[in-house]
Ligand binder design. Structure first.
Ligand code: ADP
Ligand code: MG
Length: 343
Protein backbone atom coordinates (compact mmCIF):
# COMPACT_ATOMS: atom_id res chain seq x y z
CA UNK A 1 0.00 0.00 0.00
CA UNK A 2 2.97 2.38 0.00
CA UNK A 3 2.76 5.10 2.59
CA UNK A 4 -0.24 6.73 4.19
CA UNK A 5 0.04 9.85 6.34
CA UNK A 6 -3.09 10.70 8.33
CA UNK A 7 -3.92 14.05 9.94
CA UNK A 8 -0.35 14.85 10.91
CA UNK A 9 0.04 17.80 13.28
CA UNK A 10 3.28 19.26 14.66
CA UNK A 11 4.00 22.46 16.55
CA UNK A 12 7.28 24.00 17.67
CA UNK A 13 6.40 26.16 20.67
CA UNK A 14 3.24 28.07 19.75
CA UNK A 15 3.80 27.70 15.99
CA UNK A 16 1.94 24.96 14.17
CA UNK A 17 4.28 24.02 11.31
CA UNK A 18 2.41 20.91 10.14
CA UNK A 19 -1.33 21.45 10.14
CA UNK A 20 -3.51 18.41 9.54
CA UNK A 21 -1.55 16.91 6.65
CA UNK A 22 -3.01 13.81 4.99
CA UNK A 23 -1.71 12.09 1.87
CA UNK A 24 -0.94 8.73 0.30
CA UNK A 25 1.97 7.63 -1.86
CA UNK A 26 1.13 4.46 -3.74
CA UNK A 27 3.64 1.64 -4.10
CA UNK A 28 6.24 2.54 -6.72
CA UNK A 29 5.17 6.16 -6.96
CA UNK A 30 7.54 9.15 -6.80
CA UNK A 31 5.74 12.11 -5.29
CA UNK A 32 7.19 15.60 -4.87
CA UNK A 33 6.46 17.80 -1.86
CA UNK A 34 6.80 21.29 -3.28
CA UNK A 35 6.48 24.57 -1.45
CA UNK A 36 8.23 27.66 -0.18
CA UNK A 37 10.92 27.47 2.49
CA UNK A 38 9.56 27.17 6.01
CA UNK A 39 6.38 25.46 4.80
CA UNK A 40 6.97 22.32 6.87
CA UNK A 41 8.32 19.97 4.18
CA UNK A 42 11.40 18.80 6.06
CA UNK A 43 9.43 18.39 9.27
CA UNK A 44 6.98 16.04 7.54
CA UNK A 45 9.87 14.00 6.13
CA UNK A 46 11.57 13.85 9.52
CA UNK A 47 8.37 12.62 11.16
CA UNK A 48 7.97 9.91 8.52
CA UNK A 49 11.60 8.90 9.04
CA UNK A 50 11.22 8.80 12.82
CA UNK A 51 13.75 11.59 13.39
CA UNK A 52 11.02 13.79 14.85
CA UNK A 53 7.82 12.94 16.72
CA UNK A 54 4.40 14.25 15.72
CA UNK A 55 1.85 15.77 18.12
CA UNK A 56 -1.05 14.05 16.39
CA UNK A 57 -1.61 11.81 13.39
CA UNK A 58 -0.44 8.50 12.03
CA UNK A 59 2.16 7.20 9.61
CA UNK A 60 1.48 3.85 7.94
CA UNK A 61 3.98 1.98 5.80
CA UNK A 62 2.88 -1.13 3.91
CA UNK A 63 -0.16 -1.62 6.18
CA UNK A 64 1.94 -1.28 9.32
CA UNK A 65 1.67 1.66 11.68
CA UNK A 66 5.26 2.83 12.18
CA UNK A 67 4.93 5.85 14.50
CA UNK A 68 6.25 3.87 17.47
CA UNK A 69 9.13 2.26 15.53
CA UNK A 70 12.73 3.38 15.84
CA UNK A 71 14.17 4.95 12.69
CA UNK A 72 16.38 1.93 11.97
CA UNK A 73 13.39 -0.45 12.13
CA UNK A 74 11.34 1.51 9.59
CA UNK A 75 13.49 0.44 6.64
CA UNK A 76 13.50 3.89 5.09
CA UNK A 77 16.33 5.27 2.95
CA UNK A 78 17.32 8.95 3.06
CA UNK A 79 19.20 11.33 0.89
CA UNK A 80 19.52 14.80 2.37
CA UNK A 81 21.42 17.79 1.03
CA UNK A 82 23.80 17.68 3.98
CA UNK A 83 23.56 14.02 4.88
CA UNK A 84 27.26 13.57 4.23
CA UNK A 85 28.96 10.38 3.16
CA UNK A 86 31.36 8.74 5.60
CA UNK A 87 34.58 10.58 4.80
CA UNK A 88 36.98 7.86 5.84
CA UNK A 89 35.18 5.13 3.88
CA UNK A 90 35.58 4.32 0.20
CA UNK A 91 32.73 4.68 -2.24
CA UNK A 92 32.14 0.92 -2.17
CA UNK A 93 32.12 0.81 1.65
CA UNK A 94 29.75 3.77 1.81
CA UNK A 95 27.31 2.03 -0.52
CA UNK A 96 27.66 -1.26 1.35
CA UNK A 97 27.16 0.36 4.76
CA UNK A 98 23.44 -0.37 5.13
CA UNK A 99 23.96 -3.95 4.00
CA UNK A 100 26.84 -4.48 6.39
CA UNK A 101 24.92 -3.33 9.48
CA UNK A 102 22.16 -5.77 8.50
CA UNK A 103 24.67 -8.60 8.33
CA UNK A 104 24.23 -9.27 4.62
CA UNK A 105 26.92 -11.78 3.48
CA UNK A 106 30.00 -10.13 1.94
CA UNK A 107 29.57 -11.84 -1.42
CA UNK A 108 26.01 -10.55 -1.74
CA UNK A 109 27.16 -7.08 -0.68
CA UNK A 110 29.81 -7.03 -3.42
CA UNK A 111 27.25 -8.01 -6.04
CA UNK A 112 24.75 -5.36 -4.97
CA UNK A 113 27.41 -2.64 -4.75
CA UNK A 114 28.72 -3.57 -8.20
CA UNK A 115 25.23 -3.40 -9.70
CA UNK A 116 24.59 0.00 -8.15
CA UNK A 117 27.97 1.37 -9.25
CA UNK A 118 27.15 0.34 -12.82
CA UNK A 119 23.66 1.73 -12.68
CA UNK A 120 24.84 5.07 -11.30
CA UNK A 121 27.70 5.53 -13.75
CA UNK A 122 30.24 5.18 -10.93
CA UNK A 123 32.14 2.15 -12.20
CA UNK A 124 35.85 2.39 -11.45
CA UNK A 125 35.33 4.84 -8.61
CA UNK A 126 34.66 2.20 -5.95
CA UNK A 127 38.05 2.65 -4.23
CA UNK A 128 37.90 6.44 -4.00
CA UNK A 129 37.19 8.48 -0.91
CA UNK A 130 34.34 11.02 -0.97
CA UNK A 131 36.82 13.91 -1.03
CA UNK A 132 38.10 12.58 -4.38
CA UNK A 133 34.67 12.92 -6.02
CA UNK A 134 32.77 15.80 -7.62
CA UNK A 135 29.59 17.06 -5.96
CA UNK A 136 27.41 15.29 -8.49
CA UNK A 137 29.27 11.98 -8.03
CA UNK A 138 28.94 12.30 -4.25
CA UNK A 139 25.17 12.68 -4.46
CA UNK A 140 25.00 9.66 -6.77
CA UNK A 141 26.91 7.65 -4.16
CA UNK A 142 24.46 8.92 -1.53
CA UNK A 143 21.56 7.73 -3.70
CA UNK A 144 23.20 4.33 -4.21
CA UNK A 145 23.88 4.03 -0.47
CA UNK A 146 20.25 4.81 0.36
CA UNK A 147 18.95 2.27 -2.16
CA UNK A 148 21.39 -0.56 -1.43
CA UNK A 149 19.40 -2.15 1.46
CA UNK A 150 16.20 -2.04 -0.65
CA UNK A 151 14.28 0.37 1.57
CA UNK A 152 10.49 0.29 1.71
CA UNK A 153 10.51 4.03 1.16
CA UNK A 154 13.06 6.54 -0.11
CA UNK A 155 13.01 10.09 1.29
CA UNK A 156 14.89 12.81 -0.54
CA UNK A 157 15.10 16.26 1.07
CA UNK A 158 16.40 18.84 -1.41
CA UNK A 159 19.10 16.31 -2.30
CA UNK A 160 20.52 18.31 -5.18
CA UNK A 161 20.41 21.73 -3.55
CA UNK A 162 24.16 22.04 -3.09
CA UNK A 163 25.27 21.33 -6.68
CA UNK A 164 25.25 23.73 -9.60
CA UNK A 165 22.42 23.97 -12.12
CA UNK A 166 23.91 21.78 -14.85
CA UNK A 167 24.83 18.91 -12.51
CA UNK A 168 21.47 19.24 -10.80
CA UNK A 169 19.73 18.56 -14.09
CA UNK A 170 21.93 15.51 -14.64
CA UNK A 171 21.14 14.20 -11.16
CA UNK A 172 17.41 14.56 -11.79
CA UNK A 173 17.79 12.28 -14.77
CA UNK A 174 19.79 9.76 -12.71
CA UNK A 175 17.12 9.80 -10.05
CA UNK A 176 14.31 9.35 -12.54
CA UNK A 177 16.16 6.48 -14.31
CA UNK A 178 16.87 4.84 -10.98
CA UNK A 179 13.25 5.16 -10.01
CA UNK A 180 12.10 3.61 -13.26
CA UNK A 181 14.50 0.73 -12.60
CA UNK A 182 13.67 0.00 -8.93
CA UNK A 183 10.22 1.58 -8.47
CA UNK A 184 11.06 2.40 -4.88
CA UNK A 185 8.19 4.33 -3.34
CA UNK A 186 9.69 7.81 -2.93
CA UNK A 187 9.00 11.28 -1.57
CA UNK A 188 11.09 14.08 -3.00
CA UNK A 189 11.14 17.44 -1.23
CA UNK A 190 12.03 20.59 -3.14
CA UNK A 191 11.19 24.29 -3.32
CA UNK A 192 12.04 24.23 -7.03
CA UNK A 193 8.98 23.64 -9.19
CA UNK A 194 10.97 22.73 -12.28
CA UNK A 195 12.70 20.02 -10.30
CA UNK A 196 9.42 18.76 -8.85
CA UNK A 197 7.84 18.54 -12.29
CA UNK A 198 10.93 16.96 -13.87
CA UNK A 199 11.13 13.99 -11.51
CA UNK A 200 7.72 13.27 -10.03
CA UNK A 201 4.52 11.50 -10.97
CA UNK A 202 2.46 13.69 -8.67
CA UNK A 203 3.00 16.92 -6.79
CA UNK A 204 1.78 17.95 -3.34
CA UNK A 205 1.89 21.70 -2.92
CA UNK A 206 2.56 22.58 0.69
CA UNK A 207 2.11 26.02 2.20
CA UNK A 208 2.27 26.94 5.88
CA UNK A 209 1.92 23.34 6.95
CA UNK A 210 -1.10 22.60 4.79
CA UNK A 211 -1.53 20.67 1.54
CA UNK A 212 -2.96 23.19 -0.93
CA UNK A 213 -3.16 20.78 -3.85
CA UNK A 214 -2.42 17.15 -4.62
CA UNK A 215 -2.35 16.57 -8.38
CA UNK A 216 -0.36 15.67 -11.48
CA UNK A 217 2.15 18.35 -12.59
CA UNK A 218 0.04 19.49 -15.55
CA UNK A 219 -3.07 19.79 -13.43
CA UNK A 220 -1.22 21.95 -10.94
CA UNK A 221 -0.28 24.26 -13.81
CA UNK A 222 -3.61 24.30 -15.62
CA UNK A 223 -6.06 23.82 -12.77
CA UNK A 224 -4.54 25.39 -9.68
CA UNK A 225 -6.80 24.71 -6.72
CA UNK A 226 -6.06 27.94 -4.89
CA UNK A 227 -4.72 31.41 -5.57
CA UNK A 228 -1.59 30.43 -3.65
CA UNK A 229 -0.91 27.54 -6.05
CA UNK A 230 -1.60 29.69 -9.11
CA UNK A 231 0.86 32.31 -7.88
CA UNK A 232 3.51 29.87 -6.66
CA UNK A 233 3.74 27.72 -9.78
CA UNK A 234 5.01 29.25 -12.97
CA UNK A 235 5.78 32.86 -13.75
CA UNK A 236 2.60 34.82 -13.30
CA UNK A 237 1.05 38.24 -13.39
CA UNK A 238 -1.39 38.96 -10.59
CA UNK A 239 -3.72 41.81 -11.51
CA UNK A 240 -6.46 43.58 -9.59
CA UNK A 241 -9.61 43.32 -11.65
CA UNK A 242 -13.29 44.12 -11.42
CA UNK A 243 -16.36 42.36 -12.69
CA UNK A 244 -18.44 44.85 -14.69
CA UNK A 245 -21.81 43.38 -15.68
CA UNK A 246 -20.39 39.94 -16.37
CA UNK A 247 -17.16 41.09 -18.08
CA UNK A 248 -13.89 41.17 -16.19
CA UNK A 249 -11.39 44.03 -16.65
CA UNK A 250 -8.00 44.88 -15.19
CA UNK A 251 -7.96 48.61 -16.02
CA UNK A 252 -8.37 48.73 -19.82
CA UNK A 253 -7.43 45.06 -20.22
CA UNK A 254 -10.22 42.56 -20.86
CA UNK A 255 -9.70 39.21 -19.10
CA UNK A 256 -11.39 36.03 -20.34
CA UNK A 257 -12.62 34.53 -17.08
CA UNK A 258 -16.13 33.52 -16.22
CA UNK A 259 -17.50 36.32 -14.13
CA UNK A 260 -18.15 35.31 -10.56
CA UNK A 261 -20.24 38.29 -9.57
CA UNK A 262 -17.80 38.81 -6.74
CA UNK A 263 -16.90 42.40 -7.59
CA UNK A 264 -13.18 42.78 -6.86
CA UNK A 265 -10.99 39.97 -8.15
CA UNK A 266 -7.41 38.85 -8.32
CA UNK A 267 -6.65 37.66 -11.81
CA UNK A 268 -3.66 35.35 -12.32
CA UNK A 269 -2.18 35.23 -15.85
CA UNK A 270 0.81 33.08 -16.73
CA UNK A 271 3.61 34.68 -18.74
CA UNK A 272 2.81 32.47 -21.75
CA UNK A 273 -0.95 32.95 -21.57
CA UNK A 274 -1.00 36.43 -23.05
CA UNK A 275 0.01 38.09 -26.29
CA UNK A 276 1.60 41.47 -26.86
CA UNK A 277 1.86 43.06 -30.27
CA UNK A 278 3.03 46.39 -31.60
CA UNK A 279 -0.05 48.64 -31.90
CA UNK A 280 -0.56 51.36 -34.49
CA UNK A 281 0.16 54.94 -33.40
CA UNK A 282 -2.42 56.21 -30.96
CA UNK A 283 -3.71 52.74 -30.20
CA UNK A 284 -2.90 49.98 -27.73
CA UNK A 285 -3.42 49.86 -23.99
CA UNK A 286 0.15 49.55 -22.73
CA UNK A 287 3.75 50.62 -23.32
CA UNK A 288 6.72 48.24 -23.60
CA UNK A 289 9.45 48.99 -21.04
CA UNK A 290 12.10 46.28 -21.31
CA UNK A 291 12.86 43.41 -23.67
CA UNK A 292 14.94 40.76 -21.88
CA UNK A 293 16.56 37.87 -23.78
CA UNK A 294 16.32 34.54 -21.85
CA UNK A 295 18.06 32.23 -24.30
CA UNK A 296 15.37 30.56 -26.36
CA UNK A 297 12.70 32.94 -25.04
CA UNK A 298 12.25 36.66 -24.59
CA UNK A 299 10.53 38.38 -21.70
CA UNK A 300 8.79 41.68 -22.37
CA UNK A 301 8.06 43.93 -19.40
CA UNK A 302 5.33 46.47 -20.07
CA UNK A 303 3.08 48.90 -18.27
CA UNK A 304 -0.66 48.97 -18.78
CA UNK A 305 -2.06 52.51 -19.13
CA UNK A 306 -2.75 53.60 -15.59
CA UNK A 307 0.60 52.27 -14.36
CA UNK A 308 0.07 48.54 -13.74
CA UNK A 309 3.11 46.40 -14.68
CA UNK A 310 2.60 43.26 -16.76
CA UNK A 311 5.00 40.87 -18.45
CA UNK A 312 4.88 38.10 -21.03
CA UNK A 313 7.25 35.57 -22.54
CA UNK A 314 7.58 34.68 -26.20
CA UNK A 315 9.65 32.26 -28.24
CA UNK A 316 12.66 34.28 -29.35
CA UNK A 317 11.69 34.32 -33.02
CA UNK A 318 7.98 34.94 -32.47
CA UNK A 319 6.44 37.22 -35.11
CA UNK A 320 4.56 38.91 -32.28
CA UNK A 321 7.84 40.52 -31.24
CA UNK A 322 8.10 42.59 -34.44
CA UNK A 323 8.29 46.25 -33.45
CA UNK A 324 8.12 45.41 -29.74
CA UNK A 325 10.88 47.53 -28.21
CA UNK A 326 11.12 49.88 -25.23
CA UNK A 327 8.65 52.74 -25.66
CA UNK A 328 6.50 50.94 -28.24
CA UNK A 329 2.73 50.98 -27.80
CA UNK A 330 1.25 47.53 -27.26
CA UNK A 331 -2.00 45.74 -27.77
CA UNK A 332 -2.58 42.91 -25.27
CA UNK A 333 -4.73 39.82 -25.44
CA UNK A 334 -5.07 37.49 -22.48
CA UNK A 335 -5.71 33.97 -23.75
CA UNK A 336 -6.06 32.14 -20.44
CA UNK A 337 -6.53 33.34 -16.87
CA UNK A 338 -7.86 32.34 -13.48
CA UNK A 339 -9.66 34.59 -11.05
CA UNK A 340 -10.22 34.52 -7.29
CA UNK A 341 -12.26 36.89 -5.18
CA UNK A 342 -9.95 39.55 -3.74
CA UNK A 343 -9.81 39.23 0.05
P1 ADP B 1 10.73 23.50 4.92
O1 ADP B 1 11.49 22.22 4.88
O2 ADP B 1 9.46 23.51 4.13
O3 ADP B 1 11.60 24.69 4.59
P2 ADP B 1 10.73 23.05 7.79
O4 ADP B 1 9.92 21.83 8.03
O5 ADP B 1 12.20 22.92 7.83
O6 ADP B 1 10.24 23.74 6.44
O7 ADP B 1 10.34 24.14 8.87
C1 ADP B 1 9.01 24.57 9.11
C2 ADP B 1 9.02 25.58 10.24
O8 ADP B 1 9.36 24.92 11.45
C3 ADP B 1 10.03 26.70 10.07
O9 ADP B 1 9.46 27.89 10.51
C4 ADP B 1 11.17 26.27 10.95
O10 ADP B 1 11.87 27.38 11.43
C5 ADP B 1 10.46 25.54 12.07
N1 ADP B 1 11.28 24.47 12.68
C6 ADP B 1 11.77 23.38 12.04
N2 ADP B 1 12.44 22.58 12.89
C7 ADP B 1 12.39 23.18 14.11
C8 ADP B 1 12.89 22.86 15.43
N3 ADP B 1 13.58 21.73 15.64
N4 ADP B 1 12.63 23.72 16.42
C9 ADP B 1 11.92 24.86 16.20
N5 ADP B 1 11.42 25.23 15.02
C10 ADP B 1 11.65 24.40 13.97
MG1 MG C 1 13.46 21.88 4.31
Amino acid sequence: MGIQVNHLVKSFGATRVVNDVTFTVNPGELVALLGPSGGGKSTILRIIAGLESSDQGEVWLDNERVDHLHTRDRRIGFVFQHYALFRHMTVADNIAFGLDVRGVPKEKQRKRVGDLLDLMGLSGLDGRLPAQLSGGQRQRVALARALAPEPRLLLLDEPFGAVDAKVREELRRWLRNLHDEFHTTSIFVTHDQEEAFAVSDRVLILNKGRVEQDAAPLDVLDHPATEFVARFVGEVNVLDAVDKDGAVFAGPLSVPVTATGAGKLHVVVRAYDLKFWHAEDGQGIATARRVVPLGDRVRVDAEIDGGVPIFAQFPRRSSLLRGVEPGARLGIEVTHARAWPAP
